[in-house]
Design a protein around this ligand. Structure first.
Ligand SMILES: Nc1ncnc2c1ncn2[C@@H]1O[C@H](COP(=O)(O)OP(=O)(O)O)[C@@H](O)[C@H]1O
Ligand SMILES: [Mg+2]
Length: 268
């Protein structure tokens, strides 16, 4: 099982879009995929139609008031040729209070609760993607403690690098303090437009001493449309630029994390 945290201190950079589309592309290749939502905004949970205040959720994992199987949801996408399943650990606004509660709970270790909860699933899933909030709250720290790898999406605006140093420093701090296995898989450029300005920002990022993923996610209106339709890009418009880019990202992630070959391949 490879666990990847998708995190940036900035909001709106494509963390959730990357989570759902990378999840779908890995599932389409035959991998069994679990998505964990650590963001109280719960955009990923809503995308999968799993927002529910009457059931336990990620908050309960952090508070240790429920187990993974109590909160596990499932999203099934049917296409003419196949059925695609993604399992989800849903979030909701209760994460706001849960973060505070866990922070004040000094009697039990706070950082490794998600990691411990995921432990029994190691043989069930090939990939776990953890969608983080634009914040370094206890949920994010739990995601970094549970992860083997981190993807940091950055959009290509003037302030793309803002918070990047803090983020990288925090990844190092979690690695040194709690999780020696943690590695930065790479910074992922999202919402890329073919403009001189974006090219300059991308070049500046490439010059920095951080691993940059080769795949760049291009900006397209199809992303917003696909979210509104609650469909991953590959099922909404497989030919659009961002759908192709997320397909390439899946290949890059498989290669760079050393994921073993999936048991069955995409049917098309
Ligand atoms: N490649 C893209 N092209 C166009 N719009 C995008 C792209 N990626 C993300 N967006 C848009 O940016 C917004 C923020 O994306 P989201 O994944 O929710 O960010 P985050 O999770 O980092 O806050 C969304 O409205 C989404 O539609
Ligand atoms: Mg998000």
């Amino acid at each position: 099982m490879k666990t990847i945290a998708i995190i940036n201190l900035k909001g709106g950079v494509g963390k959730s879009v990357t989570t759902v589309n990378l999840a779908e592309r890995l599932a389409a290749r035959g991998y069994s995929v679990l998505v964990g939502d650590l963001d109280k905004q719960a955009n990923t949970t809503k995308f999968f139609h799993l927002l529910d205040y009457d059931r336990p959720s990620m908050s309960d994992i952090l508070k240790e008031t429920a187990g993974i199987h109590d909160i596990l949801g499932r999203c099934v996408f049917k296409t003419p040729g196949s059925t695609l399943t993604i399992d989800v650990l849903p979030a909701n606004m209760t994460l706001l209070a849960a973060n505070r509660e866990v922070l004040l709970d000094m009697l039990h270790p706070q950082q490794n609760r998600l990691r411990a909860a995921l432990q029994p699933l190691r043989t069930l899933y090939d990939a776990v993607l953890l969608d983080c909030p634009p914040d370094l709250d206890i949920g994010s720290i739990n995601a970094l403690c549970a992860a083997d790898r981190v993807i940091v999406p950055v959009d290509c605006d003037e302030w793309a690098s803002d918070g990047l140093d803090v983020m990288l420093e925090q990844i190092r701090a979690v690695r040194d303090g709690f999780n020696p296995e943690l590695r930065l898989l790479g910074v992922l450029i999202t919402k890329y437009l073919r403009t001189n300005h974006n090219a300059r920002v991308a070049k500046e990022l490439a010059r920095r001493d951080v691993p940059l993923l080769t795949t760049v996610i291009r900006q397209t209106v199809k992303v917003k449309e696909s979210i509104a339709a609650h469909k991953p890009l590959a099922l909404y418009d497989a030919g659009c630029t961002a759908a192709q880019d997320y397909d390439a990202l899946a290949d890059e992630v498989i290669l760079k994390t050393g994921m073993p070959a999936a048991q069955h391949k995409e049917e098309n």
